[in-house]
Ligand binder design. Structure first.
Ligand code: HEM
Length: 189
């Protein structure tokens, strides 16, 4: 018994302070584009679902996007007379390319999309938007958006999101981020 107590005395020991982490709130508000007096915008960072980080999105674009799987709403297009009229210069074989799921970002010349076609793709699972004159399908991106799916869906579906996009984060390279989500170019006819 005494031997054990002596051994305990000889054994160096230290106390580990208890660590406490505070769990961040659901959203964190910061301001962009100036302070209150300069009219900056509120930016809300939203906690994304597990597996929805920027790296996860990057992986998805390589695995699925490169195969044209991040694009929705194409099946209706090939029997859409308006779409075929707009794209008559490359209409020959276009239906075959789309049926074969050739990624639209790899089709040249780029597909032409006008407003009435755009307006048929405004749901969460089939969400198209215009950014800098090009039409992108952002349905799969919604859950990966660091600002949350709602803000992007509400402001992008069937709309030109360029102005708001630049107000919130002009430094983000959307062309790269959404490269494999490109449907085509927006035409005003
Ligand atoms: C159209 C496609 C869009 C893409 C690809 C996109 C992409 C991104 C990216 C990469 C970030 C992270 C930025 C960073 O951490 O610096 C972000 C954050 C954010 N975005 Fe977007 N965004 C889009 C549209 C929009 C729109 C239209 C709005 C507003 C109406 C918006 C509002 C926000 C907000 C509030 C944040 C989070 C706040 C923050 O980063 O501090 N986004 N977005």
């Amino acid at each position: 018994m005494d031997d054990k107590r002596d051994a305990d005395k000889r054994t160096p020991s230290f106390k580990v302070p208890s660590l406490r982490f505070s769990v961040p709130q659901q959203t964190v508000r910061t301001r962009v584009g100036g302070n209150n007096s300069t009219g900056g915008l509120h930016r809300q960072k939203v906690r994304l679902k597990p597996g929805h980080s920027a790296l996860d999105w990057h992986r998805l674009t390589i695995e699925s996007g490169s195969k044209g799987k991040l694009i929705s709403g194409l099946d209706d297009l090939i029997c859409d007379e308006e779409f075929l009229r707009l794209n008559q210069e490359n209409a020959y074989g276009l239906d075959k390319l789309i049926r074969m799921r050739v990624p639209t970002y790899q089709i040249y010349p780029f597909l032409k999309i006008n407003n009435s076609i755009l307006q048929r793709h405004t749901s969460r699972t089939d969400c198209w938007t215009i950014y800098k004159g090009k039409v992108y399908c952002v349905s799969d991106y919604l859950e990966y958006h660091p600002g949350g799916p709602d803000i992007i869906f509400q402001n992008c579906a069937g709309k030109d999101s360029t102005v708001l996009f630049n107000q919130y984060h002009s430094w983000v390279n959307a062309e790269k981020l959404l490269e494999t989500c490109l449907i085509g170019i927006f035409v005003n006819e």
